[in-house]
Design a protein around this ligand. Sequence first.
Ligand code: SAH
Ligand code: SF4
Length: 364
Amino acid sequence: MTTGLAGSLHDLSFAEMQQRLAADGLNQVHARSLWRALHGHADPLQPMPASFLGPLQRWLEKHLYANDADFFVDVPETVSETHSSDGMTRKYLLRLRDGRTVETVLMGYDGRFTACVSTQVGCAMGCVFCATGQMGFTRHLRPGEIIAQVLHVQRVLRSDHQTRLRNLVLMGMGEPLHNYDAVMKALATIADVRGPSLSKNRITISTVGLVPAIRRMADEGCPYNLALSLHGADDAQRQALIPVGKKWDMAELIEACRHYDRTIGKRIFIEWTMIAGQNDSPEIARQLAELLRGINVHINLIPLNPTAGFAGSATAHKAGLVFQRILRDAGYPVTFRQRRGIDVAAGCGQLKSDHSARTSAASS
Ligand code: SAH
Ligand code: SF4
């Protein structure tokens, strides 16, 4: 039966797909082969695998390929692809079915690959230094649209290197915990051993600090890693960069991290975008060390990527090293990340901004 409103096969969990096929008289075997085809190596169902048994072929003719089909698949189109000069970072601007675009990044070091995917078109959080924040919010991504980004980079890797994707970070466009249910549903599929099969330990959700959602992750025993974009060691510093810091103050945020730490016990990654003269002084490093005392964290220092809408500049390398030293001396593991991929405008949301600027310049 078709309803007139089509949905994505990639949005379905395995159980939902099984139920739907069972309701149409198809058994488990068909659910398994369709699931494998959707989340496997080939461009899904293009053409329809010959290995599908007759009943599934007929089901797809009616429910996927017919003009009035009630399902579609999420296979975004590549609008642009940029490679960094060192070849380590590749960035894709992908077009969704409604014409909106999102960024997906593939990074490789020492033959190990990490995908960075988007969870929303734009973002409602408005962090002043962030290209996505500067765009504003358009809409949430569906689970299938998040999964499709992982499938995209897996196909790229398979055709290029014959190697597997190892890590996944939700650090592209959007705030993952603002789109909680879709993100968790997508990750369940991405970690499914019958599907993309990424290890849960190698999946990291990065949040700007939505306190109730961090608590929910803890209370639900969320199996993925948590990264918190902190960027300020007190309310005034943080709120100057992150408007949502006014909704939940530092005390509430740190208490949520302690709750997560007590409940889950996994190390939290603290993300710190280093902005010259704003959050990179030795005094702030000492303040940060105090703030995080007793929480199991790893601190990542990332120099600011310049964006059109924010006048700040990246912390000088030397000042970054001093900041790192103070935190290390206080007992914290700290990584000071290089600005890899900056030549492909690898900052969050920047490829999309650049593309929009070029397209509007071309059409004006
Ligand atoms: N919304 C989530 C995840 C997406 S942003 C979050 O904020 O955590 C991923 C990371 O990129 C965040 O740590 C964010 O602070 C950082 N970021 C955004 N714009 C940046 C820029 N211009 N330079 C450096 N880091 C940036
Ligand atoms: Fe949104 Fe994250 Fe950018 Fe802030 S840094 S605007 S939360 S995507």
